[in-house]
Write a protein that binds this ligand. Structure first.
Ligand SMILES: NC(=O)c1ccc[n+]([C@@H]2O[C@H](COP(=O)([O-])OP(=O)(O)OC[C@H]3O[C@@H](n4cnc5c(N)ncnc54)[C@H](OP(=O)(O)O)[C@@H]3O)[C@@H](O)[C@H]2O)c1
Length: 269
């Protein structure tokens, strides 16, 4: 595992206006990086206030960019604008994400397409856009915020889980392809975490899963995630009990049992 020095590196974090992305931006700021933080245009003021706080607290350069990653050219625009600010981006943090909770055959097509656009298409395009330069320079990394949902089918947020499975496969496969180039990929795979993502329309206030797995704190997830990334890990589940469940239990239990448990756990109480 190759360790990474973050001081003065350029780090781009998508979805940095709230939740895990905001906490990741803080953790990277603490490392003395030069930051570019991005979110939707509606959060411009929130993002600018946050940037000012980071500049004051950590004495670092922070730039803000807003745009819609679900738009057809959203990822390309973000790539263009980020590389206009800095010639090179050293770490791409793909974090922006949305959730649609409900039965697959009932959720609107429009919403499901948007989940695919933000959680899957934007991740893939941004990786494809930033990686060639990193590989040419022989240094850099992609930090993908995935989920434990990447490892099991997720009834009631089926498309969400499927996008995370895609990102997981892509990230690990690309990481293998480029090993030896000085560039690497990393996935952070948290369990349910207390952020606005779990408060969207239709999402139950209490899931059975919380009784067993609890809800993680985004600041703790981000700080453990950045520490694991710095150590050179490739895939990282921050919660120990979930690591055991998803890395060990998941390998030995029959598929049908896993799917049943998954369906049971994601019902509201
Ligand atoms: N919370 C969990 O339980 C959990 C667990 C595992 C993994 N994750 C993953 O963690 C990541 C961050 O989620 P979170 O829980 O921190 O949720 P969050 O607080 O809702 O943050 C999501 C971020 O994504 C941005 N975003 C949403 N749609 C966008 C779009 N179309 N274009 C650009 N930016 C957009 C949001 O921007 P605005 O603020 O401007 O809307 C926000 O900054 C996601 O990839 C999620 O799948 C979350």
């Amino acid at each position: 595992m190759s360790k990474i020095q973050l001081k003065d590196k350029v780090v781009l974090v998508t979805g940095a206006s709230s939740g895990i992305g905001r906490e990741l931006a803080k953790c990277f700021a603490r490392e003395g990086v030069r930051l570019v933080i991005a979110s939707l245009p509606a959060e411009r003021k929130v993002l600018e206030d946050f940037a000012e706080t980071l500049r004051r607290e950590f004495r670092i350069e922070v730039h803000t960019l807003t745009g819609d990653l679900s738009a057809g050219d959203g990822p390309q625009k973000l790539h263009q604008e980020a590389t206009r600010i800095y010639d090179q981006v050293d770490v791409l943090v793909n974090n922006a994400g949305i959730m649609a909770f409900g039965m697959f055959h009932q959720l609107s097509l429009e919403l499901q397409e948007k989940v695919v656009a933000v959680n899957l298409r934007a991740y893939m395009l941004l990786m494809r856009l930033f990686l060639p330069d990193m590989i040419r320079r022989g240094s850099g990394a992609v930090f993908n915020v995935s989920s434990v949902s990447a490892f099991v089918p997720t009834p009631r947020h089926t498309v969400y889980g499927a996008t995370k499975a895609f990102v997981q496969s892509l990230s690990e496969a690309v990481g293998e392809e480029i090993s030896g180039t000085g560039v690497r990929t990393f996935t952070l795979n948290p369990g349910y975490t207390d952020t606005p993502l779990l408060k969207g329309e239709g999402f139950p206030t209490k899931l059975r899963f919380y009784r067993f797995g609890g809800k993680s704190n985004p600041a703790v997830i981000a700080s453990k995630g950045v520490a694991a990334f710095k150590k050179g890990k490739r895939v990282y589940i921050p919660e120990k009990h979930l690591w055991f469940l998803f890395m060990i239990g998941n390998r030995f239990a029959p598929r049908r049992v896993i799917n049943r448990i998954s369906e049971f756990m994601v019902k509201g109480e």
